[in-house]
Design a protein around this ligand. Structure first.
Ligand SMILES: Nc1ncnc2c1ncn2[C@@H]1O[C@H](COP(=O)(O)OP(=O)(O)OP(=O)(O)O)[C@@H](O)[C@H]1O
Ligand SMILES: [Mg+2]
Length: 172
């Protein structure tokens, strides 16, 4: 088995509905491990919170994953803890650092960060980026970009899991 061949650095998904975006999040969750960081980039209404909620569902979070509007991070309990950040309302990276943003990175759970654009120099070098764009009506283009070896392996794992299992050979 060639492990290197299974690493992928870039993947694109076109979603046609909020449900499809949530399912993509759920599927992504199946490849996530403790310490992983998923940075979400994109305009208002592109589906970052919908994707984060799907990741939560995939991690077995029972309660509703809504945007942490009045705090900048919410923690949810699932198979792994989910640390869900929304940086829309915070200012300069210095302010984000002062809020203690780094405490939950590389920890026992998964960090999903909306408005990761705001991180500036604070962005961890190794991360999975998801760049979301409006593509007309209910369509959204999601580009998944691996920054670092762990995340190339993650995308490799995700693409393998998304492939239909080969048809079973007929046995008599
Ligand atoms: N294909 C799609 N994927 C995701 N959301 C969709 C899609 N089509 C329509 N929508 C709708 O777009 C909206 C996306 O809202 P959401 O809060 O997830 O965006 P957001 O990127 O988190 O925005 P914000 O920057 O304000 O936090 C929802 O109302 C959702 O129902
Ligand atoms: Mg949001």
């Amino acid at each position: 088995l060639n492990r290197k061949a299974s690493a992928i650095s870039d993947m694109q998904i076109v979603s046609r509905s909020a449900d499809a975006t949530a399912r993509a999040g759920k599927s992504l969750a199946g490849s996530l491990k403790a310490g992983d960081i998923v940075c979400l980039y994109g305009d208002l209404g592109t589906g970052k919170t919908v994707l984060a909620a799907g990741i939560g569902a995939g991690l077995g979070v029972k309660e509703c994953v809504i945007s942490p509007t009045f705090v900048f991070m919410r923690c949810h309990r699932g198979r792994l803890p989910l640390y869900h950040y929304d940086l829309y309302r915070v200012g300069a990276p210095g302010e984000i650092a002062a809020l203690g943003y780094e405490e939950f990175l590389f920890s026992d759970g998964v960090c999903v960060i909306e408005w990761a654009e705001r991180l500036g120099y604070l962005a961890p070098a190794e991360r999975l980026e998801v760049r979301l764009e409006h593509a007309g009506g209910d369509r959204r283009r999601l580009r998944l970009i691996a920054r670092g070896k762990r995340y190339r392996e993650l995308l490799g794992d995700l693409s393998r899991r998304n492939k239909r299992p080969a048809k079973k050979k007929r046995t008599r």
